[in-house]
Ligand binder design. Structure first.
Ligand code: IMP
Length: 195
């Protein structure tokens, strides 16, 4: 490829400072500088996180014309047949963690997974490129808030840890999280581009 990517800053289009801080920490390990871009991204309703992320990336890029990543996440609870999945944001805003725990009352199967799709688009590409990450774990019996985290962090405990995401610091969460996994895949791809 004939374009030069090295040394460029990329931008993360998000209004979520927690997501941005997680991403900045992961990408810094690969020497990738990332800025937070507060553009209004279009979030379509779809059952596919990839489709949502891809559409948001195109929309964000059209506004800024800068190398941009967007990320979309969902939580899938096995006993609820994958609910809320890609509708996690709406469910969080409406019933929240307490409401989700009520739905899970007396449910023995607590298995759940978080999925993340990171979509990257820049002027050198025709279409966004997507990277997926997933973490398996369980929904706790009660809300376990720590000092950090957002969203469903206080009720999700990844396998291999006794702590919920909310009880972890940034580096601990990044060891397990769906988002960090997707971002590491992106970072490897980005660094591997031949100039
Ligand atoms: P979004 O559409 O990607 O922003 O996320 C969908 C919903 O899942 C939102 O309510 C977020 O708060 C929640 N969510 C996304 N990622 C995480 C996470 O890493 N931990 C906890 N909740 C999350």
């Amino acid at each position: 490829m004939s374009f030069q990517l090295k040394g460029k800053v990329i931008f993360f289009a998000t209004n979520n400072i927690n997501k941005f801080n997680e991403a900045r920490r992961v990408l810094s390990r690969y020497g990738i500088a990332v800025g937070m871009l507060k553009v209004k991204t279009l979030e379509i309703q779809s059952e596919s996180l990839e489709e949502i992320a891809r559409t948001s990336a195109i929309h964000a890029f059209q506004q800024c014309r800068l190398p941009v990543i967007v990320e979309d996440a969902g939580v899938f609870i096995e006993a609820l047949n994958g609910f809320p999945g890609p509708y996690a944001s709406f469910v969080y805003k409406t019933i929240g963690n307490e409401g989700l725990l009520k739905l899970m009352k007396k449910v023995a199967n607590r298995k759940a997974r978080f999925q993340s799709v990171v979509a990257y688009l820049s002027e050198e590409l025709d279409m966004p490129i997507c990277f997926k990450g997933e973490v398996l774990g369980e929904i706790t019996e009660e809300v376990r808030k720590g000092r950090s985290g957002f969203g469903f962090d206080p009720i999700f405990k990844p396998y291999g840890s006794e702590k919920t995401f909310a009880e972890m610091n940034l580096d601990e969460k990044n060891k397990y999280s769906h988002r960090a996994k997707a971002l590491r895949k992106f970072a490897k791809w980005y660094k591997g581009l031949k100039v």
